[in-house]
Design a protein around this ligand. Structure first.
Ligand code: ARG
Length: 474
């Protein structure tokens, strides 16, 4: 049995609406243009709801079976691109419900018993956001793997470490790359926290007050894969903090990606010359033949702006809303969808760029010595070997830097006589710490840049983040 198709959402509220929606009303009100992305979650939620209604004797088994078959057929229509979403029916929820009634008749009209679009949309969004958290985790993990592999390759390759973007002390490239592995690890834990917190089911909160029907919220929560039903029906339909959790985790991850991208942009300039990005991720200039522009890295950097914007936008939408549901909350969707699309694209592009990047280790090594980056090592040597108090040693090292600058040479190029003239304790023994390799090798404190520590950190990172057991003896 089929019945006539509902043509407009207005037919649903029937009686007291005599006129059609103004065309402008339709434009401002309809969300189906973007919330159709929730169709799979919406169908899942309806299936769970119909099963529960039947189990509780609220819906006859025959109606349940018709509803389940109808929803499955609709899912296939959508998958195969045969479903026509109609803005007159406002949103994905009414589009699917109208089609269901069109297909199965009367039984379709019973599906909305003991629920509202308010708990329906909150459920759909939670299901969607949980999956988005899981996808972010997987893509972050893949990027960590690329970083760890590249760090292993360059565990002992020396480069300048910077503070204030001034050469500060030599570090290894492996150590520098592992810094991002840590950041991304925290990003993953933020998504995991967000996921755990949003793992409660709003379905059954109905419009805001719960329902007089003997529903089983535990059953629908369980069937939809939630840990439990949400405890308060007003909260269940009112809050979108679970999306704020997702958006803020995404915003922070985007900031990390942006900083990494900025380093790739900087390092790939001819002035730095530390890295050559894969040609497939760069572009040329239409006017300057010599150029190779790091477009993909620039866009990863630039796209962090919209992700941060979506977080601020939703915070602003929510901040003045009285409980419970208000239509303002429909504004949550586009920003969340765009955040997921943007973040996922940026994570994949960054991983691919890093995978194909060629680091110019000779150039990095040469740059590591520029700017007297072993001055701290000279001071530390005076403290360690000669018992000089650090503040005094710092002054002696500063004078050595000045002397090297006057002579236009590196610290290690100062003749023995010059060093002894600066301070009698600066005997030739100090040379053992003045090269960049020795400097780096000496930084053996936990979390430090010495290659032995970096190799340990790589093994630990594989265990912590990739759950890989390093081969014995490797
Ligand atoms: N499209 C709506 C949204 O995304 C669904 C909920 C509508 N609820 C209502 N009471 N009009 O927020």
């Amino acid at each position: 049995m089929t019945s006539e198709r509902m043509r407009s959402a207005r037919e649903l509220w029937g009686g007291h609406f005599a006129t059609d929606a103004a065309p402008l009303m339709e434009r401002i009100n309809a969300s189906v243009g973007f919330d159709k992305r929730l169709w799979a979650e919406d169908v899942r939620g309806s299936i769970a709801h119909a099963r529960m209604l039947a189990a509780r004797g609220i819906l006859p088994p025959a109606d349940r079976d018709a509803i389940l078959a109808g929803l499955e057929a609709i899912a296939r229509e959508i998958e195969e691109g045969r479903f026509v979403f109609d803005p007159k029916l406002e949103d994905v929820h009414l589009n699917i419900e109208a089609r269901l009634t069109e297909r199965i008749g009367e039984a379709g009209r019973r599906l909305h018993t003991a629920r509202s679009r308010n708990d329906q949309v909150a459920t759909d969004m939670r299901l969607w956001a949980k999956a988005a958290c899981a996808r972010a985790d997987e893509l972050l993990r893949r990027l960590q793997r690329v970083l760890i592999d590249r760090a292993e390759e360059h565990a002992a390759d020396v480069m300048p470490g910077f503070t204030h973007l001034q050469a500060a002390q030599p570090v290894t490239l492996g150590h520098h790359l592992l810094a991002y592995v840590e950041m991304l690890g925290r990003d993953r834990s933020r998504f995991a926290d967000a996921l755990a917190r949003m793992d409660e089911c709003p379905l059954g909160a109905a419009a805001l007050a719960g329902t007089s029907f003997p529903i089983d919220r535990e059953a629908t929560a369980r069937e939809l894969g939630f840990a439990r039903p949400m405890a308060n029906s007003i909260d269940a339909v009112s809050d979108r903090d679970f999306l704020l959790d997702y958006l803020s985790a995404a915003a922070i991850a985007s900031v990390h990606l942006s900083r990494l991208a900025e380093e790739l942009v900087l390092w790939s300039t001819p002035q730095f010359g530390f890295v050559k990005l894969p040609e497939a991720f760069t572009s040329g200039s239409s006017i300057m033949p010599q150029k190779r522009n790091p477009d993909a890295a620039e866009l990863v950097r630039g796209k962090s702006g919209r992700v941060i914007g979506h977080l601020v936008a939703l915070l602003t939408v929510l901040k003045g809303l009285p409980l419970a549901y208000s239509k303002d909350m429909q504004e949550d969707k586009e920003g969340v969808f765009d955040t997921a699309d943007t973040l996922e694209l940026c994570l994949a592009a960054t991983a691919a760029m890093l995978e194909g990047a060629r680091f110019d280790t000779a150039r990095m090594r040469a740059a590591a010595g520029i700017g007297h980056t072993t001055a701290t090592d000279l001071a530390d040597w005076l403290v360690r070997v000669k018992g000089v108090p650090f503040r005094e040693a710092h002054g002696i090292a500063a004078r050595a830097v000045r002397r090297a600058e006057e002579r236009g040479c590196g610290l290690e190029d100062l003749p023995d006589s010059e060093l002894l003239a600066l301070d009698a304790r600066l005997d030739p023994g100090v040379r053992e710490v003045l090269g960049v390799d020795r400097s780096v090798a000496s930084r053996t404190s936990f979390g430090g840049t010495a290659p032995v520590r970096v190799r340990e950190a790589i093994e630990a990172a594989r265990r912590r983040f990739l759950e890989e057991v390093p081969e014995a003896g490797a």
